[in-house]
Design a protein around this ligand. Structure first.
Ligand SMILES: [Zn+2]
Ligand SMILES: [Zn+2]
Length: 515
């Protein structure tokens, strides 16, 4: 059937212009799903014509179709961007871009108009901007002066001939097309974890090993994860073997009492050919010695040390969840709470979210989703952890973020309402003529609304940072205008206002659930 496949492939290649740019993601995904390497390669190039940010993909419904293959596609886009950035420097400094004589009022040190340099740089960041209409838009923005009094209209750029534009465009295409051709789609060392594989067990194993490989960076080589020793552990009647071959001697009764999973497993008669060590049954588990060590210490009256690393605590929690050990889970959660354990970086937070959502740790998923709002949600901030995102985890997190953003916006809008507390106290500022809340507060709130409406990819407004922003705005207002009204309101009611405003913002986020 290879010949038939080739013929279909060739026909498709001829018809490719018929595939709309917006559909290139679906076409790419289908090709990947059906293991059509050549077509996936071809379609991946078409995806370069469409903006590739998490926000763009979610807003256009593409996160719906992409799921597990994003990491590989993202890596490809990244390599193309790096290659273009390098080629463009040469092109604009020594190549054809520098030789075309533009007489602009704003030239850079290589005599290239600044607007043109900015346009070319923007193509390196987002290849979808390599488009004649976007080029003309950049030119028009430069030629037509803005409203600010200092800007002048550039007559020489306004009169650039079509022939010059054509020469430049042909030269630029001559750099971009071969650069893209040269970047291979299937780079080495790309691991793709796709949670949509039907074999959930296999997927879970891969996700666990991925989590372990990330933890090993923090592993302490001197740590001892050998089986714990204590009088209570004598006369054990079953052996748990970790994935790295360590034996833990435990009691069936203790296992059965703390875990319905082990209870069911140990209550069925063991097959005659079961492996025995020292006459004891061996149960093979997928957890490594470190996790089993922690799990076993939680079952016996011996001191238990919670991991200091959030990933490790989460792995332990997931093992106790898997074996249905409710009491053990509560102890781990209590310890995590008392240690105030949470992921510290953007990458760790996004990684914890995928792990918790794949393992059904709903509480942790909710908590980490909320923490992720403090970081930008971009492919750059997620980094290599994108390989762990599969299924609909990325789409779900993006949608949660959107809901949080909407909720924050409506909360900020309610704070602008001069008839309602807590903002009603701010009506009467000396520098505000119409009956409205003090303009400095209005500016602070509307700025946030504008930013949030513009994008959900940036870190969202943190309720706890509102007070500091309020104080800074008020200070600058009072120092500029000597406004006694605002000073007096602040002294009398400022504290209550901040507490109420922060509480409202906090509640607006609490109302949104990630599941
Ligand atoms: Zn100009
Ligand atoms: Zn005032």
């Amino acid at each position: 059937m290879d010949v038939v496949l080739m013929r279909i492939g060739d026909n498709l290649a001829l018809k490719n212009p018929l595939i709309q740019e917006e559909n290139s993601f679906c076409a790419y995904f289908l090709a990947k799903k059906h293991d059509l390497g050549r077509e996936a390669d071809q379609e991946s190039r078409f995806t370069l014509r469409v903006p590739m940010t998490i926000e763009d993909l979610e807003n256009t419904g593409k996160l719906e179709v992409l799921s597990g293959d994003l990491h590989q596609l993202c890596g490809y886009h990244q390599r193309v961007r790096e290659c273009l950035a390098g080629e463009f420097i040469t092109f604009m400094t020594f190549g054809a871009g520098a030789r075309i004589n533009f007489r602009c009022i704003k030239l850079n040190s290589s005599d290239v108009p600044i607007w043109l340099r900015d346009y070319v740089n923007s193509v390196a960041v987002n290849p979808a901007l390599f488009n004649l209409s976007k080029f003309h838009l950049a030119l028009t923005r430069h030629v037509v002066p803005s409203n600010s009094p200092s800007s002048r209209s550039c007559q020489s750029c306004a009169s650039i001939s079509f022939a010059t534009i054509d020469t430049f465009w042909t030269a630029l295409s001559g750099v971009i097309e071969p650069s893209i051709e040269n970047v291979s789609f299937s780079a080495a060392n790309v691991t793709v974890i796709c949670l949509t594989i039907p074999l959930q067990a296999e997927t879970n194993l891969r996700l666990e090993s991925e989590m372990r490989s990330r933890q090993s960076r923090y592993n302490d080589p001197t740590a001892d994860f050998s089986p714990p020793q204590c009088p209570a552990m004598q006369n054990a009647d079953v052996i748990l073997q970790s994935s790295d071959g360590v034996h833990f001697h435990v009691h069936k009764s203790i296992l059965s009492m703390s875990s319905p999973f082990f209870h069911d497993m140990l209550s069925v008669p063991q097959p005659a050919d079961s492996e025995l060590v020292d006459g004891l049954l061996v149960v093979y588990l997928t957890e490594d010695a470190e996790v089993l060590h922690n799990l076993v210490t939680l079952l016996y009256p011996i001191p238990f040390v919670t991991p200091d690393d959030y990933d490790k605590a989460l792995t332990l929690l997931s093992a106790s969840h898997k074996y249905d050990m409710a009491a053990v889970q509560s102890s781990i959660r209590a310890k995590m709470k008392s240690k105030d354990l949470h992921p510290l970086t953007a990458a760790a937070t996004f990684r914890a979210y995928c792990f918790a959502s794949a393992k059904g740790l709903t509480q942790e998923m909710e908590c980490v989703a909320r923490l992720s709002l403090d970081f930008p949600m971009t492919f750059e901030s997620i980094g290599d952890e994108l390989a762990m995102f599969g299924g609909w985890a990325l789409r779900d997190l993006a949608r949660y973020r959107k809901r949080c953003r909407d909720s924050l916006v409506s909360c900020l809008e309610s704070l602008l309402d001069l008839r309602l507390p807590p903002s009603d106290i701010w009506v009467g500022c000396q520098s505000t003529t119409s009956p409205t809340i003090a303009w400095w507060l209005q500016t602070l709130l509307t700025e946030h609304i504008r930013t949030l409406r513009g994008t959900f990819a940036l870190s969202l407004l943190k309720p706890s940072s509102f007070r500091a922003e309020y104080l800074a705005s008020l200070q600058s207002h009072v120092s500029q205008t000597d406004c006694t009204f605002c000073s007096k309101v602040h002294i009398m009611h400022g504290e209550t206002f901040c507490v109420q405003a922060e509480k409202k913002l906090q509640n607006s986020l609490d109302r949104v659930s990630s599941s």
